[in-house]
Write a protein that binds this ligand. Sequence first.
Ligand code: LCV
Length: 259
Amino acid sequence: MSLVLTESHDTIGTIMMNHAQKRNALSEALIGEITTALKAFQTRHLRAVILRAPAGVKVWSAGHDVSELPNRGRDPLGWSDSLRVLVRAIQEFPAPVIALIEGGVWGGGCEVAMACDLLIATPEATFAITPAKLGVPYNLGGLLTLMNMIPLPVAKEMLFTAQPIPASQALNLGIINHIKSAEEIEPFVYGLAKQMVANSPLSIAVMKEELRLLASAHAITPELFERMQGLRRTVYDSHDYQEGLNAFREKRKPTFEGR
Ligand code: LCV
């Protein structure tokens, strides 16, 4: 059974995450189908892509598939982790990718949504960044995305509380471009896409890539990088990381001991 539905009209492609029973948890299988669809759309030179879930969902994506996170002792969010592969595929796609968001966006789902070029959400949408809830050491790319998108005190509140923020706050913070009702959001998003695909695809593709390169242009010394990798290792080697995974799998609250 396909976990993703795709369609295209004119030069606009749509990718609909459709794994309801796991709340569109970003499993390797689901991510594989999304990246395959993106590659197919790129081959056909589509000029805009909409990433969405079915209309009316309560959960846009439940984030990284926790059942696929490695047990302690291995970096759960390394370069080749499928979630990181998807984030890069969206950021490097040579045309605008627009997130049409209904429902809750959790953890890695926020990273995927924020990797998109524009985010349009319904008023009921919420956004939660959850590594602290699971005991996971967030990756540097994810932190940089947050630093580029939202003021540090707010990024810290989202990271440290792991609580959802409402679409209204996300709009005030500039995380999302527009809030539209469930009835309005689809025609609005496709209207935006139509405006974009009427413009020069080359100009847009180059500006998108230039912005990506400029946003990631943070020079860090090898020593600084190794210090941060060492800090992250203390987390994924920890009792607390394993406890976070076990608690999720056993459907209970974790007991973190700070070790
Ligand atoms: C696997 C799932 C998931 C899931 N993985 O439905 O950003 S980081 O660093 O934290 C990163 C590591 C990350 O993204 O971690 C994941 C962060 N995500 C979350 O914390 C959200 C976890 N999920 C939930 O809180 C609830 O599932 C929500 C509120 C999303 C939906 O609640 P609802 O009551 O509608 P269930 O919880 O009953 O979930 C339905 C099925 O989907 C599975 C869940 O285990 C359940 O499976 P079973 O029917 O087999 O019990 N599921 C949900 N989220 N992230 N599996």
